[in-house]
Design a protein around this ligand. Structure first.
Ligand SMILES: [Zn+2]
Length: 242
């Protein structure tokens, strides 16, 4: 009735002809429609993005051709060698261009890590990130892969993969929950700061991290552990060493 009539030009003209009380009522109805329509739009726009935030990788971790090229370009522009064979990796280790990832109280390696070596900068990243991971997640960080000679890359590896240089490490993705939520936001933060390029891979599921710190420069990570968590974990360390 009133609302429909008001949406046509003739309706507006006839509304003007209405008596004052009827006009006031009609305007109130129209105002109601104008208020309802934008808020319905806003809700429709909001819901899916909230779902995306909760259930999947943040934009930074989604991976793309650009992301792969960024890592590859970093390696190229810093003249990092792509080690071809296991012998080349051994030679790089002997020259300390690659250093061993030995594991400690804060991180461990799976048995599947064929070559537990990385560049000094990639190892520094693991050693700096792992204590924060442990403080938030309550378990050591797990490295599932590191340097991989070109001839030992998996079949589905991207030809521009930087694993053969030793700047990349793969980390086990924790199960869904507060730990994974923190890991995703921490890696996104480090990527936005230009320290790493991170991708949450799906086949197989893991977190791929390339450390984009120039050779010889120190790897300095911001404190990303929430203050409350840091206090709690400091307390538990104090208790356990008592
Ligand atoms: Zn990887």
């Amino acid at each position: 009735m009133g609302a429909v009539t008001l949406l046509t030009a003739r309706g507006i003209v006839s509304a003007i002809d209405m008596r004052m009380t009827r006009l006031r009522t009609a305007l109130l109805v129209l105002a109601g429609i104008l208020v309802i329509v934008p808020s319905a739009h806003a809700q429709r726009g909001k819901k899916p993005s909230a779902r995306v935030q909760r259930n999947s990788r943040p934009l930074e971790l989604r991976g793309s051709k650009e992301s792969v090229e960024k890592m590859y370009d970093f390696a190229q522009s810093n003249h990092l060698p792509f080690y071809l064979s296991p012998t080349n990796v051994s030679d790089a280790v002997a020259q300390q261009k690659l250093v061993p990832l030995t594991g400690d109280a804060t991180y461990e390696l799976t048995r599947g890590v064929g070559y537990s070596y990385a560049t000094p900068e990639a190892r520094q990243f693991v050693q700096a990130f792992a204590p924060q991971y442990l403080a938030v997640c309550g378990t050591p960080l797990t490295v599932t892969s590191a340097a991989r000679p070109v001839t030992r890359q998996p079949r589905n590896a991207n030809p521009h993969s930087v694993h053969p240089t030793g700047i990349a490490v793969d980390l086990r993705r924790p199960a869904a929950g507060p730990c994974l939520t923190w890991v995703r936001s921490a890696l996104a933060e480090l990527e936005n700061k230009g320290i790493i390029e991170a991708t949450e891979e799906r086949r197989p599921v893991h977190l791929h991290i390339a450390v984009l710190v120039r050779p010889g420069e120190p790897v300095v990570l911001p404190q990303m552990v929430p203050a409350m968590t840091a206090a709690r974990s400091a307390l538990s360390v104090m208790n356990s060493t008592r």
